[in-house]
Design a protein around this ligand. Structure first.
Ligand code: IMP
Ligand code: MG
Length: 174
C-alpha cells in the first residue's frame, strides 16, 4: 500500500516558476514546428508550457505512450499509438514528457521520430530521475532533477489516480 507524502515535494507555485523558465529557455534556443506531447502524464505540463510560449506557429499533437502496468515499476514494454497519423517528415520537433525514468520511453520515441524523417528533435521533461537510467539518454530541457522516488500529481499517476492534483507529491510505502 502507498500513501501520499505529508507535504508536496514540489508546490504548484514552484512548478509554474520553473515551467516559465523552461519555456523561456526553449523559446531562446529552439525554433521548432511541432510540440509532440505524450499522454497521459505530460498533459498538464504541456498545457502550462505552451501558455508561456504563446507562439501562433507552433503546432501541437499528442501521442499515447504507455509502459506502466498497475504499479510503481515499468512493465518495460512500450506501447505507442497515434504517431503514424502525424506528418513528421522534415519537421523540427519538441518532444515532451512528464518524467525521465529508465529512459526507454524517450529514447524509443526519439528513434521512431528519426525513422519517420524528423530533421531536428529536442526533448523536454518536467522531471529527471538520473539514478534510474538504464539506457543512455539525456533530455535537452529538464525542469527538476529528483531522487529515486515515485512521484504523483501534476499529470503523473499511480494506477491512474492523483493525476489532477496541482502539486507534485511522493508516494510512500505503508
Ligand atoms: P521510462 O520509459 O522508464 O523513462 O519511463 C517514463 C514513463 O514512466 C513516464 O512517461 C511516466 O509515465 C512513467 N513514470 C516514471 N516514473 C514515474 C513516477 O515516479 N511517477 C509516475 N509515473 C512515472
Ligand atoms: Mg508517460
Amino acid at each position: 500500500m502507498y500513501k501520499m507524502s505529508a507535504k508536496p515535494m514540489i508546490t504548484a507555485a514552484k512548478i509554474q516558476d520553473r515551467v516559465q523558465e523552461i519555456a523561456t529557455e526553449i523559446n531562446r534556443t529552439f525554433d521548432f514546428d511541432i510540440i509532440l506531447s505524450t499522454l497521459t502524464g505530460a498533459f498538464m505540463f504541456t498545457t502550462d508550457l505552451v501558455r508561456f510560449m504563446a507562439n501562433a506557429k507552433h503546432r501541437i499533437t499528442f501521442i499515447k505512450a504507455t509502459s506502466y502496468g498497475s504499479g510503481t515499476e515499468s512493465s518495460g514494454v512500450l506501447k505507442v499509438s497515434g504517431i503514424d497519423d502525424i506528418d513528421i517528415k522534415g519537421k523540427r520537433i519538441l518532444l515532451v514528457d512528464d518524467i525521465l525514468d529508465t529512459g526507454k520511453t524517450m529514447s524509443t520515441l526519439t528513434h521512431m521520430l528519426k525513422e519517420a524523417g524528423a530533421v531536428d528533435i529536442r526533448t523536454c521533461v518536467l522531471m529527471n530521475k538520473e539514478a534510474r537510467r538504464t539506457v543512455d539518454f539525456h533530455a535537452d530541457y529538464v525542469g527538476f532533477e529528483i531522487e529515486n522516488q515515485f512521484v504523483v500529481g501534476y499529470g503523473l499517476d499511480y494506477d491512474q489516480d492523483y493525476r489532477t492534483l496541482p502539486d507534485i507529491w511522493t508516494l510512500e510505502e505503508t
